[in-house]
Design a protein around this ligand. Structure first.
Ligand code: CP
Length: 305
């Protein structure tokens, strides 16, 4: 069986195929019992609202038995190691494991020790593949294509797994991807030949088709420079005025959770024409249904990936 550890492991045709599969699951009424009898464990070692709930809803809409392990209520708090926890979950014989962890690489480590497909629901600063897929699906539906679009990803890129997965996926699907951030938060984007880097918001937003805003991940800023929210908003906050530099029909995105008045002004977050934020959440369920279906096909004896 295959895992979904990152978009880095996906060929462009595989990503497009997953997006096509997800299209088939869009809509409130879309349900199935193809995963009836399957157990899916969501093991979240880090907090989540969107990813945890949408994986749970996705599994249930496919007829699976879905159980959640959140770290606060688990024996991780009693000192159990990551691998012991993983082996415990594996012994319950799930058909898929969905894992979020604060350490980059932790999800891959678990995938090497278990007998079922593992889906990465976000590991440290590394990857968040289903987020990038749902972002790509939102863009494709709103704009009709991805190839040739200018996508500005703005904010705390240094600490962002969402940015890393989106650079890889949107770049491989033919978008022109920009990183826009203070010099201290650009991270290794400057080393990526596929990404154009900007430290000025106005320049980075110029003629953009899509603007994707990122939260300042204070919880990952250990020891380094931490900008004050007011200072950050003044130079890097997305306001309606600043958004005028982008195309008139710009699509504004945010993976959530949003910090209003820090990286995004409320007027922009609530702009029902240009904001795609709630559509991103809706696409998240469809993408996760597609991923759970495709990744468990071999387990279910169906010709799969
Ligand atoms: N976008 C995202 O991963 O949100 P959560 O942290 O709420 O899952």
């Amino acid at each position: 069986h295959r895992h979904l550890l990152g978009v880095a492991g996906l060929a462009p045709w595989e990503a497009v195929w997953l997006l096509d599969e997800a299209e088939g699951w869009i809509g409130r009424a879309k349900r199935s019992d193809i995963l009836r009898g399957c157990t899916i464990i969501n093991a979240f070692f880090e907090n989540s609202t969107r990813t945890l709930l949408s994986f749970e809803i996705a599994g249930k809409r496919l007829g699976a038995d879905v159980v959640n392990m959140t770290v606060g209520a688990s024996s991780v708090k009693k000192g159990e190691t990551l691998l012991d926890t993983a082996l415990t979950l594996n012994a319950m014989h799930p058909q898929a494991l969905v894992i979020r962890h604060g350490a980059s690489g932790a999800v891959q480590l678990i995938s090497e020790k278990v007998d079922c497909p593992v889906l990465n629901a976000g590991d440290g600063r590394h990857e968040h593949p289903t987020q990038a897929l749902l972002d790509a699906l939102t863009i494709r539906r709103r704009k009709g294509r991805i190839e040739g679009l200018t996508v500005a990803i703005c904010g705390d890129i240094l600490h962002s797994r969402v940015a890393r997965s989106n650079f890889a996926l949107l770049g491989s699907l033919g978008a022109k991807v920009r990183a826009v951030a203070p010099p201290t938060l650009l991270g290794d984007a400057v080393d990526r030949l596929v990404v154009d880097c900007f430290t000025s918001m106005d320049e980075g937003l110029a003629d953009a088709d899509v603007v994707m805003m990122l939260r300042l991940q204070r919880e990952r800023m250990t020891g380094g420079y931490v900008p004050s929210p007011r200072e950050y908003f003044r130079f890097y906050g997305l306001t309606a005025d600043r958004l005028k530099h982008a195309k008139a029909d710009v699509l504004v995105m945010h993976p959530g959770p949003m910090n209003r008045g820090v990286e995004i002004d409320s007027a922009v977050a609530d702009d029902i024409v240009r904001s795609g934020v709630t559509e991103q959440v809706e696409m998240g369920v469809a993408v996760r249904m597609a991923c759970l279906d495709v990744l468990t096909r071999n387990q279910r004896g169906v010709a799969g990936w």
